[in-house]
Write a protein that binds this ligand. Structure first.
Ligand code: ATP
Ligand code: MG
Length: 415
């Protein structure tokens, strides 16, 4: 329903409070890695981690492996853990799987941090001819040199000193890696080996990692990942729809606007409790409310199509790009059913025997595009995958359809 249909709204002038409110920033965060104003979390992972850092839980819980589907909030949770660690006086070195070498990145970060926290980072050195490296004689010319400038110290020793200093001050050292499923195995192994050494030596140390569940499981199947296998694992998934509605309601309640209970519930339903969608539907409904002080159910309904589009383009698009041949046929064959499909039916539609079809099905489950749904049944995983597949069927890709042309009457002077 267009906004103009709300005849009961008073018209406001440009300097009215309502017009000023209209300029208020959209409080939702429909992007990746953006910390939302209100978090929906299962359990208390942040508090548990804080307790582990403080020694109130096993030190083993200071190493955390977050796993989950795309857009479910892994990066945000990783950031929350770093945040709570910083507040507890812990320092974190953030490594990137895209860097040329995570090990070198670790060294660089450790050196930078040592320069900051090591009171002996600068050493005096006599510059006169007889002045050896150490022992400064009175009267000799003296200069300060950076103890860590040469980078000749083995990484293990650097980390050992850093962790010792941080632990002495009541904190410790964390190393954090996002998108861990893409990490170079040898590099990751070296990094985690160092952490294991620090922990073994009794220092405050831990490792934080996050990644796509399937990629993480594949990673853990490799030898040399024992450390990660023992990390405290947090599997994140969608929240229930009621919680999603509450997140949306609270996010709006923190602003000068409000949202009706029905609108919040409808938005929660559209989100299916999937964190990225919570933010998208919230943002889109907020935008559609224009300068109204209350977001109503028609704003939410009007935002539905754009929300699905965002999901199709930003989440399913990248995932489906790698799905070709028989696997795409499998997914397409499921569109005939309104709900979950019987695996036998899908195999028949594809003209495959159940075993051959099972191979494709297993891979699709591994890719988190399908999920088993009761005996002999399989369902599309993640909200709006059906819509994404329909778009592939109709247009050959998940790209956004061109906006439909608008038909309007020309402006005329009289009527
Ligand atoms: N706990 C949460 N409650 C509500 N919204 C959240 C929560 N966590 C993340 N979001 C929102 O969900 C979206 C995705 O978050 P994030 O980037 O952390 O996901 P991700 O799992 O790291 O995704 P990817 O697999 O693409 O890296 C963002 O819009 C973010 O604001
Ligand atoms: Mg992420």
């Amino acid at each position: 329903m267009p906004r103009s249909s709300r005849g009961d709204r008073p018209q406001t002038g440009p300097s009215s409070p309502a017009a000023l409110e209209a300029a208020e920033r959209n409080p939702f965060t429909p992007g990746f890695g953006l910390v939302p104003r209100v978090l929906a979390l299962q359990g208390t992972p942040v508090e548990d981690f804080a307790a582990a850092l403080a020694g109130r839980r096993g030190a083993g819980e200071r190493s955390v492996l977050i796993a989950g589907a795309r857009g479910v909030g892994k990066t945000v949770l990783l950031g929350q853990l770093r945040e709570v660690a910083a507040r507890a006086g812990w320092r974190t070195l953030v490594l990137h799987t895209s860097s040329a070498s995570m090990v070198e990145e670790l060294r660089g970060g450790a050196v930078d941090l040592l320069r900051e926290v090591d009171p002996e980072a600068e050493q005096m050195r006599a510059t006169s001819a007889e002045g050896g490296a150490f022992g400064v004689r009175a009267g000799a010319d003296v200069e300060f040199v950076d103890r860590y400038a040469g980078e000749k110290v083995p990484l293990g020793r650097l980390l050992e000193r850093l962790a010792a200093l941080l632990t002495r001050d009541g904190g410790g050292l964390l190393v954090s890696v996002d998108e861990v499923q893409s990490a170079d195995h040898a590099q990751l192994r070296e990094v985690t080996q160092h952490l294991q050494d620090l922990i073994g030596a009794g220092h405050g140390a831990g490792f934080l990692a996050a990644g796509i569940r399937t990629g993480v499981d594949e990673l853990l199947a490799h030898p040399g990942t024992t450390f990660l296998r023992r990390a405290h694992r947090i599997d994140i998934s969608s929240v229930d729809v009621g919680t999603a509605a509450e997140v949306i309601r609270q996010t709006v309640a923190d602003t000068s606007r409000s949202i009706t209970p029905e609108a919040a519930v409808r938005a929660g339903e559209i989100s299916h409790g999937y964190p990225y969608l919570i933010q998208v539907i919230g943002a889109e409904a907020w935008a559609r409310a224009g300068d109204a002080s209350t977001i109503e159910i028609e704003d939410v309904d009007a935002a539905r199509a754009a929300t699905i589009d965002a999901m199709v383009v930003n989440v399913h698009g990248p995932a489906l790009r790698d799905v070709t041949g028989r696997r795409m046929d499998y997914l397409q064959a499921m569109l005939e059913d309104e709900g979950p499909s019987a695996v036998g039916d899908v195999a028949a539609r594809l003209g495959l025997d159940t075993r051959a079809a099972g191979v494709h099905r297993a891979r699709l489950i591994g890719e988190e595009l399908l999920q088993a749904s009761g005996h002999g049944r399989v369902a599309l995983a993640l909200p709006y995958l059906r819509e994404a597949l329909e778009r592939v069927r109709e247009t050959g890709s998940t790209r956004r359809a061109a906006a439909p042309a608008q038909v309007t009457r020309p402006v005329r002077r009289n009527g």
